[in-house]
Design a protein around this ligand. Structure first.
Ligand code: SF4
Length: 503
């Protein structure tokens, strides 16, 4: 599906009918958030290589390891010191790339991207890396995150005559670079970054340079790695393992790294750290368990969240089970702390694809294949503790609780390894409006009733922060917890908080 958006085959009417229940297992629903995965959407993933003859192939494997961060489109741009070659397409990394197109991408430096559209439409023009001409030559840009002031800047630039080709935030940065008074690309990038607000990990590629930058709050994860003498960059460290590389360090908030084919790497900054505010949801749900963010392993952090949850909200039960996949680590921690056996009470069918993440409604409507099963022989006649990482609208939790009951569970006690998710994210996570977030509109007892649980507890914010484990005197110990406490670390547009019932 590389050069045109293929929206799949014809869907017959029967397939479109809601199929929410079939015995013990649940088919993904037909609406955007109707299905099992009424979850938050990951943002995007970036991967970069500097100084390796197999840069395009490494990017392919790196992006494959980051596929959980975006499944709508994928792209790689490679540079050899003289020129550029790039390929982008709609679909999974393995669908967009093959030996033929990768074989033509010769060069030692590359940037790659997997996309889930948090802003901008779902279409090939928005697939990244975006490639532009600027006065010094070609420029490719890949980013993970969301720019909160992009609409304002775009309006201003359009008034001044700029014409935009895409609806992606990233093009706003390209225009700022193109309009810079600086000929030097590094100075032009710095100038552009100082005008934008929000959360981002940016990579810029010219024919002979790779520039990496992270927002001054460190909201989105961004790590550096090594493979021999080559430098690697990625949204998560699991991508380094996938290519045989090793983690080197995190890109610091406000940092700008310039890798030049003539002069090597220069560590620089475009901004001081404003306030370290790493996204706490990365630890709770988004990142892969084998990744480390800010030197904290995700699986271990989730296990500690489960242990902490057990200390805060013990309940006597026969089995503990986690909603796959992101809640399994927390469920193991809960079981270890309580001594209640951990069991695979819920099984996800791994081979149906993660259809919920595709943003176009038409694609979602075809995504009725995803299944989760309650294991009757494990839960029948048992008091079950069901661990999940978050509740968004509550529809998912209700369905899973009912699934466990239908499979014979005598009691279902729900424990959530994060505080109530009551505020939308403006930093690159696809969240519904506040009015759709169940925790923004109902008390915990009302949520318990809505999801048909025998009991319900959420992890406290203090418990969450101590479970992640980083010691710091910064606000919220250096994490963004805005979706729980409405304390957004960056300035937001005036209308962003309208309707808030908090604070
Ligand atoms: S608001 Fe929530 S999801 Fe968004 S960056 Fe902050 S912690 Fe992460």
């Amino acid at each position: 599906m590389s050069d045109a958006v293929k929206v799949g085959g014809r869907v017959n009417k029967e397939d479109q009918a809601p199929k929410l229940w079939t015995g013990d297992f649940y088919n993904e629903g037909v609406n955007a958030h109707d299905g099992l995965f009424d979850k938050l959407g990951e943002e995007c993933g970036v991967f970069g290589v500097f100084g390796h003859s197999e840069a395009a192939s490494l990017s392919y494997y790196g992006l494959h390891a980051l596929q959980h961060r975006g499944q709508e489109s994928a792209g790689i741009c490679v540079a050899d010191g003289e020129s550029f070659k790039y390929h982008r397409g709609m679909g999974l990394v393995k669908e967009v790339f093959n030996n033929d197109n990768l074989g033509t991408m010769i060069g030692a430096n590359a940037i790659g991207h997997v996309r889930y559209s948090t802003s901008g439409e779902s279409k090939l023009a928005n697939a990244q890396p975006l490639v532009f001409k600027y006065r010094e030559g070609d420029l490719a840009i890949a980013t993970n995150g969301n720019l909160t002031n992009a609409p304002d800047i775009k309006r201003e630039l359009e008034k001044q005559g700029s014409i935009f080709q895409t609806t992606s935030d990233t093009e706003v940065v390209a225009h700022l670079i193109a309009r810079s008074k600086h000929d030097d690309i590094v100075l032009a990038v710095k100038e552009a970054l100082l005008k934008i607000e929000g959360a981002y990990a940016f990579m810029f590629l010219t024919k002979d340079k790779l520039i990496a930058a992270r927002d001054p709050y460190g909201l989105r994860p961004f790590v550096m790695g090594r493979l021999g003498t080559a430098w690697l960059f990625a949204s998560e460290s699991c991508a380094f393992d996938a290519v045989g590389g090793t983690y080197y360090r995190d890109v610091e908030p406000g940092e700008l790294l310039v890798l030049d084919m003539k002069t090597g790497m220069k560590e620089d900054r475009f901004s001081p750290i404003k306030q370290r505010a790493i996204c706490a949801m990365e630890y709770i749900y988004f990142a892969r368990p084998d990744s480390d963010i800010d030197e904290v392993n995700i699986h271990s952090a989730r296990k500690r969240m489960g242990r902490q949850l057990a200390m805060e909200a013990f309940v006597d039960a026969d089995v503990v089970t986690g909603v796959p996949d992101s809640s399994i680590s927390a469920a193991i921690g809960f079981a270890e702390q309580t001594g209640i056996p951990y069991e695979l009470g819920l099984i996800k069918n791994r081979y149906t694809g993660r259809t919920f993440i595709q943003p176009s409604q038409e694609l979602r409507e075809q995504g009725v294949k995803m299944k989760l099963s309650a294991v009757r022989s494990i839960v029948a006649g048992k008091r079950v503790v069901m661990i999940d990482d978050s509740i968004v609208r509550g529809t998912t939790s209700l369905r899973i609780v009912n699934m466990l009951r239908e499979a014979g569970a005598t009691e279902v006690h729900v424990r959530i390894s994060s505080p109530p998710f009551a505020n939308p994210c403006f930093y690159g996570i696809d969240t519904p409006d506040r009015k759709e977030l169940i925790a923004a509109n109902k008390s915990i007892e009302e949520i318990r009733q809505a999801i048909n649980a025998d009991s319900l507890h959420f992890l406290s914010k203090d418990g969450l922060l101590s479970a992640i484990g980083r010691q710091s005197n910064e606000p919220s110990r250096g994490y963004c917890t805005a979706c729980f406490d409405n304390r957004y670390p960056t300035p937001l547009p005036e209308d962003a908080k309208v309707g808030c019932g908090c604070d």
